[in-house]
Write a new protein. Structure first.
Length: 364
């Protein structure tokens, strides 16, 4: 049983990077997201399935326990799972597939229980997984896949699919049924059943429509409560708690763009393990031959990164202040929205880089 009913309770006593980890990659446009809210040591190998199905470009989210000793306590209930990145990613997605792990309901039973409010995707997954030789069944009610409060059902469609894989089925994915962290973290240990299952899920996902009628089903991108029926909402940056005790969010598209560009410029390539090219190599300018070369280097790097990762932004100017004696560089990027003709220039909060490459946000 979980010790924590909500993420805020867990985060107050557990440490990111020591007790748990979060992997997150957003999609673009109308997208489907693969999730593993009980990943890592909690319900192996759900994280690996989510990453495999998302491939190199798809959206996914994984909340991972890093220790077998505390894994069970970190399994937040799906109906109260409120980790902010998950809420934003799933809330922006058209559809979602959640990988879960359960105990065998009967001895040595290799079964996947399929549930959720996305009837079309439920049917496609049942069809493809059955055709691939897997046994599909309707789960007990306690699995909660059909509960509207389940995080997987909080997409723009207000529906998703939960796949509950029994222990025996998950064990068939690895030699000797070994689901230890050492085993599942090594792709070489995967058996053909792992790929057959993941490929069947991907075939089903490829057939489902992702475009959502905005008049019928408005976006639900809120981290703070009821669905917003008219505007897109995103978690505010920097992270903070509002007056209600919920995660602060914003509906201002200008602020959302600034937040995203700020995150991009403030990230060094390689810092996001699952998205190694994301970021701007600002620290490299500290070793340029002179300030003019450093500025040119930073300008090119910012233009390239924004063009690749934030195509809705137009860079109007890059202003850098390099201090070789102190070993610091401060970067300001002026951007405007490409979808708003004549939009005013906005300045991203200053991003500072210290000697050695440490990135810090230094002000507004």
């Amino acid at each position: 049983m979980t010790t924590y009913p909500y993420f805020r309770n867990l985060a107050a006593s557990k440490i990111l990077g020591i007790d748990y980890n979060i992997e997150n990659r957003y999609g673009i446009g109308d997208y489907l997201v693969y999730t593993a809210i009980h990943g890592g040591a909690m319900e192996p190998p759900t994280s690996q399935l989510a990453v495999y199905c998302a491939s190199t470009t798809g959206a996914y989210y994984s909340f991972e326990a890093l220790s077998d000793l505390t894994a069970e306590a970190l399994a937040l209930p799906a109906v109260t799972f409120d980790e902010p990145l998950a809420q934003v990613n799933i809330g922006n997605a058209s559809r979602a597939i959640s990988f879960r792990g359960v105990a065998d309901q009967r001895e040595a039973e290799e079964v996947v229980y399929i549930s959720g409010l996305d009837d079309i995707l439920v049917a496609l997954l049942t069809q493809e997984l059955t055709a691939a030789g897997f046994v599909c069944d309707t789960p007990p009610l306690r699995f909660e896949g059909g509960d509207p409060q389940n995080i997987v059902n909080k997409t723009r469609l207000h529906a998703g699919v939960q796949l509950d894989l029994t222990r025996s089925l998950r064990g068939s994915f690895y030699a000797s049924g070994d689901l230890s962290q050492a085993s599942i973290n090594n792709p070489a240990h995967r058996l053909p059943a792992f790929f057959a299952f993941g490929d069947a899920v991907k075939r089903a996902a490829a057939q489902v429509p992702l475009a959502i009628d905005q008049e019928e089903v408005p976006p639900v991108i809120s981290t703070t409560g009821p669905a917003d029926t008219s505007v897109s909402r995103a978690m505010a940056t920097p992270f903070s708690i509002d007056h209600t005790g919920a995660v602060a969010s914003t509906v201002d598209q200008r602020e959302q763009l600034l937040d995203r560009v700020h995150a991009l410029v403030g990230t060094l390539p390689g810092e996001r393990v699952m998205r190694a090219t994301y970021g701007v190599p600002t620290s490299a300018s500290l070793f340029a031959v002179n300030a003019e070369a450093a500025h040119a280097q930073l300008e090119r790097a910012c233009l390239d990164a924004v063009a690749q990762f934030e195509p809705s932004a137009v860079v109007n100017a890059v202003v850098a202040d390099v201090d070789n004696e102190l070993g610091t560089v401060n970067v300001n990027v002026q951007v405007s929205r490409s979808d708003v003709p004549g939009a005013e220039q906005d300045t991203v909060r200053t991003v500072g880089v210290l000697v050695g490459g440490t990135v810090v946000a230094t002000g507004g």
